[in-house]
Design a protein around this ligand. Structure first.
Ligand SMILES: C[S@@+](CC[C@H](N)C(=O)[O-])C[C@H]1O[C@@H](n2cnc3c(N)ncnc32)[C@H](O)[C@@H]1O
Length: 266
């Protein structure tokens, strides 16, 4: 199964022709992720030259956004799909201003220490990467490795999917007669309490941020219900997707959450 999932990402990279949908069709949601992650990283107040590792960087679109907006960061992106790494390298080739402090290489989240040669980082990030691992044990082992590769006081920023938000969204959908959105075959969503407990074995503080609830409510409940009434297919390019990131936060309807895990100073 692990190889089938990797092939899925290889194929998405090959079919994307380098456009912005290589890693997700929901491109406005990713803009919201960018803004949220960038703001969080900026709030860490790290020194110039602080190092960041983006695990499962895909086509590098998010990695390069972060590097561009945080000019004091030195950034490494790794992904196990070499076709994704190639796309990321092409994006970097188009951004000569970033080439001194950004690099992409192949590497597996399940063999992270090997992938980075034991180098330690100030920040490690995953955006929708660990949900591709097959078992909770593999996911939590990867989080343990991430913790061990952080410098004292370092942070792990996880933008990953959780069953609690998925369930809340599906309950709201059912209220307006919409079918459940299932978790896709190649994903395994985390459980919030389990994440909190197991990440708590490695980190001093673990805080959840539900940044996309209003977005999901607007697009997956209100807009989807409107499409159903009209007999139309939802479209990720519809104006409601463009406007939804601007809605003020409310509820817990998003499967995607950002979790900030802080390593102690020892
Ligand atoms: C949903 S995409 C997200 C990509 C990128 N982080 C973003 O936000 O656009 C998931 C990425 O994780 C990568 N991935 C999945 N499992 C991985 C693993 N075990 N090691 C490294 N990368 C992995 C996939 O190849 C894919 O590029």
């Amino acid at each position: 199964m692990a190889e089938k999932i990797r092939q899925y990402w290889q194929q998405r990279a090959a079919e994307s022709n380098g456009d912005v949908t290589a890693t997700t069709n929901d491109v406005y949601l990713r803009e919201l992720e960018h803004a949220t992650v960038t703001e969080a990283l900026r709030s860490f107040d790290l020194p110039g030259g602080a190092t960041m590792l983006d695990v499962g960087c895909g086509d590098g679109y998010t990695t390069l956004h972060v590097a561009r907006n945080l000019p004091r960061f030195d950034v490494t992106g790794i992904d196990y799909a070499d076709a994704m790494v190639e796309l990321a390298a092409q994006r970097l080739a188009d951004s000569p201003d970033l080439q001194q402090r950004v690099r992409f290489q192949q590497g597996d989240a399940t063999a992270l220490r090997q992938a980075v040669g034991g180098v330690r980082f100030d920040v490690i990030m995953t955006t929708r990467c660990l949900i591709n691992l097959e078992t909770p044990d593999a996911q939590h082992a990867a989080i343990g490795d991430i913790a061990s590769l952080l410098k004292p006081g370092g942070r792990y920023v996880a933008v990953e999917n959780f069953v609690e938000g998925q369930d809340a969204m599906n309950i709201a959908r059912a209220a307006v007669g919409l079918p459940e959105i299932p978790v896709r075959w190649h994903n395994l969503f985390f459980r919030e309490d389990e994440f909190r407990e197991r990440a708590g074995e490695h980190f001093e503080r673990v805080t959840f941020h539900d940044f996309a609830s209003a977005y999901y409510y607007a697009t997956r409940v209100v807009y989807s219900a409107m499409c159903q009434v009209r007999g139309e297919q939802p479209d990720y390019q519809h104006d409601i997707h463009r406007l939804a990131p601007k809605l003020p936060p409310f509820g817990n309807f998003s499967p995607i959450r950002m979790v900030i895990c802080e390593r102690g100073n020892r």
